[in-house]
Design a protein around this ligand. Structure first.
Ligand SMILES: [Zn+2]
Length: 226
C-alpha cells in the first residue's frame, strides 16, 4: 500500500546524473527524485521499472490504484508556457489498476441503480408539475380553448426546464410566469408572428406588431372581455 507518492520529473535540466549508475539523464527523460534540485536516479535504477502509467482524470481510479500499489510515483512534466510542472499521471502496479478498476465497476452498478431511481422520481415530479401548471393556467385563463393549458404547460416546462419554479412548491405559480407562458403560446399559435420573419424586419419589431392581437386574446381568455 503506497502511503506516499514518489515524484518523477520528465526533467527540464540538461546536466542531471543518476546517483546509482552515474549515467547522464537527457532532458525530457525521467528523473526520480524529490525535486530536480535533489539527488536522484534514472528510471532504470528506480523501483518503478515494470510499473504502469495511469492517466489523470478519474479521481476514484487515481485514489484506489495508489491504495493497492506497493509504490506509487507521480509523473510530472514541465509546462514551459505556465512555467510549472504538471501531472501527467501516476505509475502504479498493473494489478493495482486492475483492482481499482474492479472496485469502480462495482460502484458503477450501484450508481446506475441510484441514477435510474432518481430519473424515475424526476419524471413523476415533472409530470405532476406540468399538470399543476396547466391547472394554474386554466384558473387564470378560464376561457382558454379546451386542453390548451396542457400544451402551454408542456412547452413552458420544456423551455424553462430546471430554471423556473422547479425548486418552488409546484402549486405556487407566479402570475407573471403564467402570463408569459400563455403570451408565448398565443404569439405562435394564434397570430401570424412566425410567418412575418424573413422580410427584413427584426424580432422586436415583429413582436410589437402582434402585441395588440396578443393582448386582445389574453383578455378574452382571462374572461375580462367576452
Ligand atoms: Zn541509473
Amino acid at each position: 500500500m503506497a502511503a506516499t507518492a514518489q515524484n518523477i520529473f520528465l526533467t527540464k535540466k540538461e546536466k542531471l546524473k543518476c546517483i546509482t549508475c552515474g549515467k547522464r539523464i537527457p532532458k525530457g527523460k525521467s528523473y526520480v527524485a524529490e525535486s530536480e534540485g535533489h539527488k536522484g536516479t534514472c528510471f532504470s535504477c528506480s523501483p518503478f521499472v515494470g510499473y504502469v502509467m495511469l492517466p489523470p482524470g478519474n479521481a476514484a481510479m487515481t485514489r484506489r490504484s495508489k491504495k493497492h500499489s506497493t509504490l506509487c510515483a507521480i509523473v510530472l512534466a514541465w509546462n514551459q508556457r505556465r512555467k510549472r510542472f504538471e501531472r501527467q499521471g501516476q505509475l502504479v502496479e498493473e494489478s493495482a489498476i486492475e483492482k481499482a478498476r474492479l472496485e469502480c465497476e462495482k460502484d458503477q452498478a450501484a450508481r446506475d441503480v441510484k441514477n435510474k431511481k432518481a430519473a424515475i422520481v424526476r419524471e413523476i415530479k415533472d409530470r405532476e408539475y406540468k399538470i399543476e401548471f396547466a391547472k394554474a393556467i386554466r384558473r387564470r385563463y378560464p376561457n382558454c380553448p379546451r386542453d390548451r393549458e396542457f400544451d402551454i404547460a408542456k412547452h413552458a416546462c420544456e423551455k424553462y426546464s430546471g430554471r423556473v419554479g422547479r425548486t418552488a412548491n409546484a402549486k405556487q405559480f407566479d402570475a407573471k410566469m403564467i402570463d408569459l407562458a400563455v403570451e408565448a403560446h398565443i404569439r405562435h399559435a394564434e397570430t401570424d408572428y412566425d410567418t412575418r420573419f424573413g422580410q427584413g424586419k427584426g424580432k422586436r419589431e415583429i413582436r410589437s406588431e402582434v402585441k395588440y392581437d396578443i393582448n386582445h386574446i389574453l383578455k378574452k381568455w382571462s374572461g375580462r372581455i367576452g
